[in-house]
Ligand binder design. Structure first.
Ligand code: ADP
Ligand code: MG
Length: 355
């Protein structure tokens, strides 16, 4: 899906881009310093790795190491295939306390903190709702949405990651309606671990891009990394951005996983307060140093929508936001406005107070 392409030469390929993509730098700098490019499949998406300025042997070593890490993370945190997270969810459903697998613990801790800061609009405890809507399925097909009664039955039990209690390794949960699903944060957490690994290998200039969600370190041989933000309406490019240093760009969009049933459109980002797909937002792009926070925040701000994104962004410590609503109008803070290079006419731009 997520294709590297040169914008000017291949406009027809734009329909194939994912949420964001890294543009090939047009300068010749990559000729002076070697640029190594690898791809692997993880988190249900194509993960692209570009490393600058190291020899082939080192780049390959980094790639192999990341491949092992991603495979491990994918297995460990999968929301519906058996594995450590599945065992935790079985225990929660049965009301049993367990010794939490060390591979899952940090993700629970970080998620609890970010969920609290998001007023629980990002809440990985709502796995039963995600499952009810049919999104725990690798092969998503159009299907009837769940009944209002079935949704209300789960929402009425207020499942939330705040119901999970940790005491060292000891995990207990007082709400059997909780089912953990780290779909909104796992990719970000995984990308942070990947960047840590690259830094430990002495790599200073690289980008890890998982289906348009990415973190970049250093530069592209002295040039910024150029990132395109997808237009949620039609799949062209909405805006371009330059990124240097250590920064993550994450987008949550209603186009990622969805289905249409009897003319109605249903997407995969659920409002924990209603149990239905969040209304009003088409996509949210967030920039933040760490990918874990950026991932959780993009989901939270999507649910918060045009009215509440500013407050939640402040609470989560986010400094750059671009939200596109379902009418195609854009919302952003002044610092983001300075950075985005819009690529299409936008019916209305709402600029908030500084974040
Ligand atoms: P993507 O992974 O497509 O970029 P997100 O990061 O927004 O999108 O994650 C969406 C996934 O997170 C859903 O598929 C579901 O598994 C889970 N999810 C849906 N709604 C929420 C929510 N309000 N809070 C936490 N996780 C959610
Ligand atoms: Mg997310």
């Amino acid at each position: 899906m997520n294709t590297r392409l040169s914008l000017s030469r291949r406009p027809a390929a734009l329909a194939a881009i994912s949420a964001a993509l890294v543009l090939l730098a047009s300068s010749g700098c990559s000729r002076q310093l070697p640029s190594q490019y690898f791809r692997l499949l993880s988190f249900g998406t194509l993960v692209e790795l570009e490393i600058i300025g190291v020899d082939q042997k080192k780049a390959r070593e980094a790639y192999q190491s990341l491949q092992e890490d991603f495979d491990f993370m994918h297995r460990t945190w999968h929301a519906w295939e058996p594995g450590p997270l599945g065992r935790v969810n079985q225990a929660i459903a049965a009301g049993r306390a367990i010794a939490a697998p060390p591979s899952v613990l940090p993700l629970i801790r970080i998620s609890q903190d970010l969920a609290r800061k998001s007023d629980y609009l990002f809440d990985p405890g709502i796995g039963k709702l995600v499952e009810l809507w049919g999104f725990h399925n690798s092969d998503l097909k159009p299907h009837a949405p769940p009944s209002a009664e079935a949704i209300a039955a789960i929402v009425g039990q207020h499942p939330s990651i705040r119901d999970v209690h940790l005491d060292g390794f000891h995990l207990s949960c007082d709400n059997p309606a909780v089912k953990l699903d780290f779909g909104a944060i796992g990719k970000g957490y995984g990308i942070d671990r990947a960047i840590e690994r690259l830094k430990a290998l002495g790599i200073t200039d690289a980008i890890v891009n998982a289906g348009g969600d990415l973190r970049a370190i250093g530069s592209r041989a002295g040039n910024p990394w150029r990132i395109a933000i997808r237009d949620p309406d039609g799949g062209g490019i909405f805006a371009l951005l330059s990124v240097t240093g250590d920064e993550s760009v994450f987008t949550s969009g209603n186009y990622e996983r969805n289905f249409t049933w009897e003319g109605k459109f249903f997407h995969h980002i659920i409002d924990p307060r209603t149990g239905y797909p969040a209304v009003g937002t088409a996509s949210v792009t967030v920039l933040h140093p760490d990918a874990t926070t950026a991932d959780a925040a993009a989901t939270a701000l999507f649910v918060a929508g045009p009215k509440d994104w500013y407050r939640i962004a402040r609470q989560m410590g986010i400094k750059f936001v671009l939200l596109i609503d379902t009418e195609g109008e854009a919302y952003m803070n002044p610092a983001m406005q300075k950075r985005v290079e819009l690529q299409k006419p936008v019916p209305k731009i709402h600029v908030s107070k500084p974040l």
